[in-house]
Design a protein around this ligand. Structure first.
Ligand code: MLT
Length: 260
């Protein structure tokens, strides 16, 4: 029999989970469900994505997305949360630390990097933005899914690939272009990460070619006292590819906070 801890008393702070590009908050469904007994889990759609159909500017900076993430906390009357983000969500989580450190009770940085884009990377962002606006999202969805999932995930769970393709295809081209252009402008966060004074953890997949292991090691080394978990048999979306393992890692992080 599984014993659930009570949803009160010594609960850790709420966990705010920020999705990657060009996805939406539904990628965190296994965490919203699987960690509900550990703490309050919030997984909003960032502006322009999923059900968040607000008007977005031509460029959505990571700073603007961080302000929107903090507004999600305000709307729920939450003063401080553990901020977790995957890939682009990780860029937003780091921007939250840079802009709103008093709202951040912990950081969980998944499959992301602290460095800025290279000049070539920026050009490729602009190409993505133009493809989204001129050709639509189906093309991007088909090209992207094989890069998100480990070969073993694609073999074991072909339905996950299909669901992700549909999820990407239904995102709005304007928001996707704006976020691509915003990611191109993000600064290097290396110096800011050395100032992190809250518990932090880096998580990645052992097969993530988009964010190879050295990017995670660099963040782990920059953040004082930071932990690292490498999920086997997962690529860019370990929270979906190996949800039980991923949740076990996050649960351990929450429990360590709880007793800290
Ligand atoms: C993401 O998954 O959010 C993207 O891979 C981030 C990026 O393109 O840098």
């Amino acid at each position: 029999m599984q014993l659930h801890r009570p949803v009160q008393g010594t609960m850790p702070p709420p966990l705010l989970l920020l999705h990657g590009f060009p996805l939406d908050g539904t990628i965190w469904s296994p965490q919203v469900e699987g960690l509900a007994d550990a703490t309050q889990v919030i997984a909003p759609d960032l502006p322009g994505f999923g059900s968040n159909q607000c008007e977005v500017p031509a460029v959505l900076t990571m700073e603007a997305l961080a302000d929107a993430a903090v507004a999600e906390l305000d709307a729920r009357g939450i003063e401080r949360a553990i901020v977790g983000g995957l890939s682009m969500g990780g860029y937003v989580a780091m921007a939250c630390w840079a802009r709103h450190p008093d709202r951040v009770a912990g950081l969980v940085l998944c499959n992301t990097r602290m460095s800025a884009d290279t000049p070539e990377g920026r050009l490729s962002r602009e190409e993505t933005a133009r493809t989204a606006l001129e050709k639509g999202m189906e093309l991007i969805a088909r090209a992207m899914v094989p890069k998100l999932l480990a070969p073993s995930t694609q073999r074991r769970r072909p339905e996950l690939g299909h669901a992700l393709e549909a999820l990407i295809a239904r995102q709005r081209p304007g928001a996707v272009a704006a976020a691509a252009r915003g990611m191109a402008l993000r600064p290097d966060r290396g110096a800011e990460l050395t100032t992190v004074s809250v518990p932090a953890m880096v998580i990645t997949g052992d097969s993530d070619a988009l964010m190879p292991l050295p990017t995670s090691l660099a963040m782990r080394d920059a953040i004082p006292g930071c932990g690292l978990a490498v999920i086997p048999g997962a690529a860019h979306l370990p929270n979906l590819e190996r949800p039980i393992l991923f949740n076990t890692v996050v649960r351990g992080f929450l429990e360590a906070l709880d007793t800290a």
